[in-house]
Write a protein that binds this ligand. Structure first.
Ligand code: MG
Length: 363
């Protein structure tokens, strides 16, 4: 195995002619918007997973969705043509149980505590797997674990609020405020956690899912990865989570983020791609020369006089990669008093032949 690059945390022996994935020994995948959208596999995802297997690169499938067990998540991936076993899956309830174990180690909870469950079957499964007693009866519970479940009721939220107000330890599987469904955007677990917090007068004591570090730490330990890459479609959970645990990351545009979200983000992803098939292709070099950045025929050039950036040539994704390189260089020099990535997006007007590209799609 090659040495760890102390700066990037990636293999140093990766020739640029190799597929991007070969710089790593395990790829951590967010699921929705990365490998599938609801019941549909994203184009090329199945082929990518298969190729990673033949290259002997590990796969870890990561989800903040608390309603399903690892076996159910793996079964859904297999239905979509992706080879996945339950042991390759890491869910937010599993991370929440790790958080509970930490509280037990600190003496803030008993290993024999009764845990009141609000949410789906995935939470009960993870608690049982971790040796904890789960129940749907709030009587005498010292711990509340709250996650998404399509059948969560007002009564359960009320019982959780009573317990929390009376001093129970409260762990949320995740804090995603929204939950995309086939019909549109629905309230996610974070919105229901907020409902309990409003009644109880305080927030949860611990959180399992991204961007909190517990879920990625659990996945890293489970997979045994030494040179991991996190792949996700959201800055606020996937990229922020990868940054929180210090691992390289790839943002794909097959989910909630488009070029506009990339350009206006305060966070920087290490790699950018249209979708996961980029993992099994070579990743192009991006060259910065003064106020120009180039990437495989695409060029982004800053005009300081009128604070504009012109993008031309090459493909959309390579134009965006070049523009990003320019953006972060401008931030590093504190261009026009900028302090955050989004400041650059406010200060610099982008001229792109396809003007529709920088219209937002994040929700
Ligand atoms: Mg996602």
């Amino acid at each position: 195995m090659s040495d760890l690059d102390p700066v990037a945390g990636i293999k140093t022996d990766s020739a640029h002619s190799q597929p991007l994935a070969q710089r790593f020994d395990c790829i951590l995948f967010d699921l929705d918007g990365v490998l599938y959208r609801g019941s549909q596999a994203i184009k090329g995802a199945s082929k990518t997973i298969k190729t990673l297997g033949s290259l002997n690169i590990g796969r870890s499938f990561i989800t903040n969705n608390a309603s399903k067990t690892p076996a159910q998540v793996a079964a859904h991936l297999r239905e979509l043509g992706m080879d996945a076993a339950p042991i390759d899956v890491a869910t937010s309830p599993q991370a929440a149980v790790q958080v509970l174990e930490d509280f037990v180690a600190q003496g803030r909870a008993s290993a024999r505590a009764r845990v009141y469950v609000v949410g789906g079957e995935g939470i009960e499964w993870a608690l049982h797997d971790g040796g904890f007693e789960s129940t749907r009866d709030p009587e005498g519970c010292q711990v509340v674990m709250q996650g998404f479940g399509p059948l969560v009721t007002w009564s359960e939220l009320a019982e959780a609020a009573y317990l929390v107000a009376n001093g129970a330890l409260w762990i949320a599987t995740n804090l995603d405020s929204t939950f995309p469904t086939d019909k549109g955007i629905a309230p996610g677990n974070g919105s229901l956690v907020n409902a309990v917090a409003a009644a109880a007068g305080r927030g949860p004591d611990g959180v399992g899912g991204k961007p909190a570090p517990a879920l990625l730490e659990f996945a890293l330990e489970q997979s045994g990865a030494h040179y991991p890459l996190m792949v996700g479609d959201r800055y606020d959970t996937d990229i922020a989570g990868a940054i929180a645990v210090g691992i390289p990351n790839l943002l794909v545009l097959s989910g909630v983020c488009g070029p506009q979200e990339v350009w206006t983000s305060d966070l920087r992803s290490d790699y950018l791609a249209e979708d996961v098939t980029a993992l099994i292709e070579t990743y192009p070099d991006i060259d910065l020369h003064g106020d120009s950045a180039t990437c495989e025929g695409a060029i982004a050039t800053l005009n300081r006089a009128d604070r504009s950036a012109n993008v031309s040539g090459g493909s959309m994704i390579n134009g965006l990669r070049a523009l990003e390189a320019l953006k972060w260089q401008l931030l590093a020099e504190g261009f026009a008093g900028s302090a955050r990535g989004s400041d650059i997006a406010t200060l610099v007007r982008v001229e792109w032949p396809d003007s529709g590209l920088l219209e937002g799609k994040e929700r």
